[in-house]
Write a new protein. Structure first.
Lengths: 1045, 311
């Protein structure tokens, strides 16, 4: 015992008010000596205790969409702690070698974010539902009965008078909508509908040709609506590969509905769809093949990154994945960052510069930078002059742009289509374009690998009487519409900051990047903001595919099959290609439809977008283009997540507009509370999925999500197989009742059954084990690894884990390889292989469009005006192109992420709410002073479209838009914000009645404010404000009043 | 050679943030405070004269592996290690990954934290300074908590960890220990669980866990740590197994380092050599084993610890 302990207690140091008083010193010899002295007292330590590798199951997080690879520690059958998986690049940089024995990796833990770690509490949530709930009262009243799974399946398949309390209406079930079944008829009718769109067939001709099948159509007078099957709408929130493939197989390939819609636009849709248009390639005179994807920085190697509307220290695929790289880069001096955001976010506090842009005016900054870069010739001329692959290859460039391609200018001065060589007598086909070089036109094809074509960058000329300009000149004209000072004034930032930014951005060669996220895209002008920032600026410096530049991500290991791979998950005995307009009019051109009726259309059409979340339920509400019969919602809460989500509630409550509403959820949430049936789902720790990747991950990656713990859900029997109720179980059960091809015995066209989830997912794991080629087939798990695998799963019931059955599914040739993958939670390309010399190995490697011909040839379905084909400044506007009327409200409302919540689905995580019990309306000191507000004051949030400052939940229930104020100098004056994720009114925060018993709510889950209901309801479409080009749901273009409560 | 911050400030013509901060204080009429700060600024400038070693260039995963190797070496060397924790506050992003890792690793009840991250905003002009500072028991070499209770209840281990005799450190003793900590880093475990008043209390909260070599199980009854003093143990139970403390591995900013400072080849020894660092309450002579870097992120707004804290 040390003597100090015996000192009388009066000698304790004097207490001080400064609880964190610290002292400074240079650590040197003296201090070290003190530490060494401390160690002299006691004996030598014990040896290293062993760590049991089978206490971990390696899987993939889904607390947010970053999808980090994790290892879940199981103790006595219970998940107790989640660590980062060191085999994988998201939590570990560099990740350890994939072939490291599992026993050796047991002690190594990667970085992992707080919310991911709290995922245990998403699974072990006292408010989880475990049996099927059927509505007992009216929709949203909170009254339920539990019913047997089989009864629920019978009811939704067969329909009937399911809800006597609704007044005897008959509900149509899945069998009623399974009208068209023959894949050949689908194909033929689909082809003929395309002919109708192209005016090559009349509706009358179609009706004559298919006169025996007209009863299968929604409306024979509008064959382009497609078959009644389309009246089943499947809508999801968070869905990744694997589960996504399984669900689409049901909805589309087997049931034949075109209506499978995701949630993309509530996140950053306009970036995705700008990215899709930018990656389109010419094909037979039109533009196709673009991917719904975009680009991000090679974070670990960049020297300068502008984080633009991207709160990467809180969200935006940042946590675990980007933060370590950014912090190391900043601390070591390798990386410099600038932040453009109305908020002085955490990264801004560590950044070189912060530009507090006015929300929605991002394109003004981008165009000013473009102007400076062009006028000072700081762009990559060599890169931009390349017109095709051959020219790019000659310069060692993996990609090329259409900057030098010539665009035809109409008599009104408006740019339209690209000039084709054939139009000026230079021959070629519909994909032979023209550039200008050495005083004459040059014809070329984009993908030509032999004949390099380069073009002048700033061309304005007339060829054979056709006025043409180069694409880059068109961009320059947009950039020159204002002076840099005028642009700066629009954006509310300083011109010198913009110039400094442009200078810095062009001072690092290809190791500078503009990375964007929601702050840029979730405006009515999100599409054009994305083109100007992500598209134009990066293209100007030609940083695409370069180490430290802009990257596309390394993709994944073809989980669903492909050449050489052991299993083809697309195998199907009678696959349907669904046809017809979808309910959100995604990818559809208004003018080609049979319901074209001048402008404005009843609701917007989205020829460039899909997965327009905010359109699904409102379109059902307007029965436009057609009424729906069944809405099935999976892992989504549009009422909570969408801006102005309250505008969806009356539609969800209307049994005429949505006759059958089925939800799959783990709790009674803000949207599933309006459902007719809630099927309990598995949490991410209990199930399968393949999370794949993000643009900022340069490696090829296939993380696997696999069951780590048992599910509390009722175990049911489908196709003779036992399993806990899940979304898969629901689809399997419906398929069994309807005898749908593609499910059950022989589902894979004679190459296997699909009777339980593992039939699908283990085959995918085997494909991962195969790798990219036969040379990459993974080793067999050793006997020791087989033991670890089985021991780690001892706590899982047979309905979840049955090793004999699992082995049988993939066969002896693949079983030990599957175990090898599952023991590590997936497969990842070795760290160093992500870069080859100065470039990334997994490249985008093709044309990037600066000018978007496809867009320039479309019209806005609301205004009837042609859409610009190039980055441009578009002011914020409503669906009809009119300025928004905020009734004089002074404060612009925005939102932001805190890492401790993920929108609608983490308020159950008590570790997180213990740290941050509530959120606030955050306001600048100047605004607070003007309004007489101080920290902690309660305020109501009012807007032009919600003057009552309340969520109207139906049945006379409301939730006030009332929150507490936090005064902070981290927000631009004139702007107020709140963190997403708090302010719940369901999800265990309000009472529900199940089988007559009241489930007591937990007040911890209802704290804070969710001010989405203050956001603008579009005055014409009466639903959330929308970017009608890129599809984004608009969060940031509302002005509000704060009124002291 | 001047340090990064000075260079960066000169280059960008930034107004000295400390000067601005002093002006803010003076403007607010905090004359006395400003005087105090002024003295400490002098001190800090003196300290800055020393050359700062080159920054750690290894990526975060490499640092984790190196610390892992250091740890295994320390445990098998046959000598008693001398554990220290080092926090590079520049890289802390205030995410609370460590806070949650701690709660999962060593169950504490609602409101009970062995680890917290302090966040503050210092409004010093158009770009405020944001402070993120993780705090946990500093494992003082001369722990005030030990002096506040009868001998034997709080013991200083040879490896530097301050060990509680948790079960006997109850009631008034627990309160006395907690009160004696100058930083408030000891809390009283009330034995509550997060799900105790919900429709379904959850088993993960009552799982067995180890603290100071004993096994405990939270629960409504017979929870031996109820009303006992709790604090950070440097994850001693993990160290024994060759695992780094939970807050260290989880840290997203890669801001946390841990190891045996008596090993000159260890990362913690090498990165602290010649650096400007803070140890809390040096003036009280408590000799904490948690060390904070107080350098600035190159180019970013920075306020030295001394601007608010005296030595």
């Amino acid at each position: 015992m040390r003597k100090e302990n015996d000192r009388p207690r009066t000698e304790q140091p004097q207490k001080t008010d400064r609880r964190e008083m610290l002292a400074g010193a240079l650590l040197g010899g003296a201090m070290l000596a003190r530490f060494e002295q401390a160690q002299a007292a006691e004996a030598a330590p014990g040896s290293l205790k062993p760590v049991d590798p089978s206490q971990y199951i390696y899987t993939t997080c889904l607390q947010c969409n970053t999808g980090c690879e994790v290892k879940v520690r199981i103790q006595d059958g219970v998940a107790v702690k989640i660590e980062g998986n060191p085999y994988a690049p998201r939590p570990m940089d560099p990740h350890i070698d994939w072939n490291t024995p599992v026993a050796d990796a047991a002690r190594i833990h990667g970085h992992f974010c707080p919310k991911g770690q709290a995922g245990i509490q998403t699974a072990y949530d006292p408010y989880r539902i475990t049996k099927v709930l059927k509505r007992a009262g009216r929709r949203g009243e909170g009254k339920w009965i539990t019913i047997p799974f089989d009864q629920a399946i019978t009811e939704i398949v067969e329909g009937g008078v399911l809800f006597p309390q609704d007044g005897g209406r008959r509900v149509e079930g899945f069998r009623d909508l399974y009208a068209l079944k023959d894949p050949k008829l689908f194909a033929d009718m689909g082809a003929d509908v395309n002919r109708i769109r192209r005016r090559q067939m009349t509706v009358e001709q179609f009706k004559e040709k298919y006169r025996d099948y007209l009863n299968t159509l929604i409306d024979p007078d509008h064959p382009d609506f497609g078959p009644k099957n389309n009246q089943f709408v499947f809508n999801w929130g968070r869905l990744k590969a694997g589960r996504g493939d399984f669900f689409r197989r049901f909805v589309q390939s087997s049931f034949g509905s075109v209506n499978a819609h995701g949630h993309t636009t509530v996140c950053q849709g306009s970036i995705y769809f700008a990215g899709m248009a930018m990656s389109d390639a010419p094909s037979g005179g039109s533009w196709t093949g673009g991917s719904k994807w975009y680009w991000m920085a090679d974070t670990a190697n960049a020297e300068f990154i502008i984080y633009w509307g991207a709160n990467v220290l809180e969200g935006g695929y940042g946590p675990s994945l980007k933060i370590p790289k950014i912090m190391n880069g900043l601390a070591s001096g390798r990386l410099k960052v600038a932040v453009i955001d109305p908020r002085y976010n955490k990264l801004a506090a560590k950044a070189w510069r912060w530009l507090p842009v006015k929300p929605g005016e991002d394109a003004a900054i981008a165009l000013a930078m473009i102007q400076w870069i062009l006028e000072n010739e700081r762009y990559d001329r060599r890169y931009l002059e390349n017109c095709n692959r051959a020219a790019a290859t000659a310069d060692g460039e993996p990609t090329w742009s259409n900057a030098a391609w010539l665009v035809k200018i109409g008599s009104d001065g408006r740019p339209g289509a690209f000039l084709r060589a054939s139009e000026i007598g230079l021959g070629g086909d519909a994909d032979t374009f023209v550039a200008w070089r050495n005083g004459r036109p040059v014809a070329f094809r984009s993908g030509d690998t032999a004949n390099a074509a380069e073009g002048d960058l700033f061309v304005d000329t007339v060829i054979n009487g056709i006025r043409v300009k180069s694409a880059l000149l068109l961009l320059r004209e947009e950039a020159l519409r204002n002076t840099i000072h005028q642009w700066a004034a629009i954006a509310g930032v300083s011109a010198s900051d913009i110039i400094a930014l442009a200078q810095e951005f062009t001072s690092h060669g290809k190791r500078a990047v503009v990375e964007i996220h929601r702050g840029v895209s979730q405006h009515t002008n999100g599409f054009y903001n994305s083109l100007a920032t992500l598209g134009a600026l990066n293209t100007l410096i030609g940083n695409l595919d370069w180490k430290g530049g802009l990257i596309y991500g390394g993709g994944s290991y073809g989980e669903t099959g492909g050449t050489g791979r052991p299993f083809q998950l697309g195998d199907h005995p009678a696959a349907i290609a669904p046809f017809g307009l979808d309910i959100i009019r995604g990818g559809a051109v208004y003018e080609q439809s049979t319901i074209f009726n001048g402008y404005p259309a009843k609701r917007p059409w989205y020829p460039l977008a899909s997965d327009v979340y905010q359109e699904v339920i409102p379109s059902a509400g307007d029965a436009y283009p057609y009424p729906i019969k069944i809405l099935m919602l999976y892992m989504g809460s549009p009422v909570y997540a969408l801006p102005a989500g309250h505008s969806l509630i009356p539609i969800l409550q209307d049994t005429e507009k949505i006759p059958l509403f089925i939800a799959s959820d783990i709790v009674i949430g803000e949207t599933s509370m309006y459902a007719d049936y809630i099927f309990p789902d598995l949490t991410y720790l209990e199930r399968w999925e393949f999370h794949r990747t993000h643009p900022s991950i340069p490696h090829r990656v296939s993380p696997v999500r696999q069951p780590a713990i048992a599910s509390p859900n009722e175990v049911v029997r489908v196709y003779g197989e036992e399993m806990p109720i899940s979304m898969e179980a629901v689809f399997l059960a419906i398929a069994e009742r309807l005898n749908l091809p593609g499910f059950g015995p022989g589902a894979f066209a004679g190459r296997g059954d699909l009777k339980r989830p593992e039939d699908f997912y283990l085959r995918m794991v085997a494909n991962v084990a195969y790798g990219q080629s036969s040379a990459e087939i993974c080793p067999d798990a050793s006997d020791e690894e087989m033991r670890i695998f089985l021991n780690a799963r001892k706590h899982l019931p047979k309905s979840v884990f049955d090793p004999e059955k699992w082995a049988q599914i993939v066969g002896p040739q693949w079983w030990r390889k599957v175990v090898y993958v599952l023991n590590r939670g997936g497969r990842w390309q070795p760290h160093a292989q992500a870069w080859t010399g100065e470039q990334v190995t997994n490249k985008y490697g093709k044309l990037i469009n600066l000018y978007l011909e496809k867009v320039a040839l479309l019209r806005d379905s609301m205004t009837g005006q042609p859409l610009p084909g190039i980055a441009t400044y578009v002011p914020v506007r409503d669906s009809l192109g009119r300025p928004l009327d905020h009734r004089g409200a002074p404060l612009q409302l925005i939102t932001n992420r805190n890492m401790l919540q993920t929108k609608s689905r983490t308020i159950s995580n008590y570790w997180l709410t213990d740290i941050r019990p509530e959120n606030f309306i955050e306001i600048s000191p100047r605004d607070a002073q003007q309004l007489g507000l101080k920290d902690g004051d309660e305020v109501y949030v009012l807007s032009a479209s919600n003057p009552d400052a309340a969520w109207n939940l139906g049945h006379g229930q409301t939730k006030a838009l009332r929150g507490r104020v936090r005064v902070t100098s981290t927000i631009r004056t004139g702007v107020v914000t709140f963190e997403l994720g708090w302010g719940h009114w369901a999800y265990g925060s309000s009472p529900q009645w199940i089988d007559g018993q009241m489930i007591l709510p937990d007040p911890r889950r209802g704290r804070g404010i969710h001010a989405n209901a203050a956001m603008t309801v579009d005055p014409y479409i009466r639903s959330p404000l929308s970017d009608v080009v890129g599809g984004s749901a608009v969060f940031y273009d509302t002005r509000v009043y704060l009124v002291k409560a | 050679m001047a340090n990064h911050r000075d260079e960066a400030e000169k280059k960008q013509g930034l107004a000295g943030p400390r000067r601005a901060f002093l002006q803010v204080l003076a403007g607010a009429g905090a004359g006395a405070a400003a005087a105090g700060v002024g003295l400490s600024v002098l001190e800090s400038q003196k300290a800055e004269a020393a050359e700062i070693p080159p920054p750690l260039a290894e990526s975060s995963g490499a640092v984790l592996i190196r610390m892992q190797q250091d740890l295994e070496r320390a445990l098998t060397s046959g000598r008693t290690p001398s554990w220290v924790m080092v926090v590079d506050t520049r890289k802390c992003v205030g995410c609370d990954a460590c806070t949650v890792a701690c709660k999962a690793e060593v169950p504490t009840g609602p409101g009970g934290f062995n680890r917290r991250v302090i966040q503050k905003e210092l409004p010093i002009g158009p770009r405020p300074y944001r402070v993120f500072k993780p705090v946990n028991c500093l494992q003082c070499d001369d722990p005030p908590c030990a002096k506040a209770v009868p001998a034997g209840m709080i013991r200083k281990r040879a490896d530097g960890i301050v060990e509680f005799d948790s079960v006997s450190l109850a009631g008034g003793y627990a309160l006395a220990a907690a009160k004696a900590c100058p930083w408030g880093l000891i809390h009283i475990d009330r034995g509550a669980t997060y799900t105790m008043n919900t429709p379904a209390p959850q088993p993960y909260e009552t799982r067995a866990f180890e603290e100071y070599g004993r096994t405990f199980r939270r629960g409504p009854q017979n929870y031996e740590l109820q009303d006992r003093a709790r604090k950070c143990t440097f994850c001693a139970h993990r160290l024994e197994r060759g695992e780094l403390p939970a807050c260290v591995t989880t840290c997203l900013g890669s801001a946390m380092y841990f190891g045996d400072i008596s090993d000159r080849s260890s990362l913690v020894y090498q990165i602290t050599q010649g650096r400007r660092i803070f140890r809390g309450h040096e003036n009280l002579g408590v000799k904490p084993r948690v060390i904070y870097f107080e350098e600035s992120m190159p180019g970013a707004v920075h306020v030295d610890c001394q601007a608010c804290h005296s030595r």
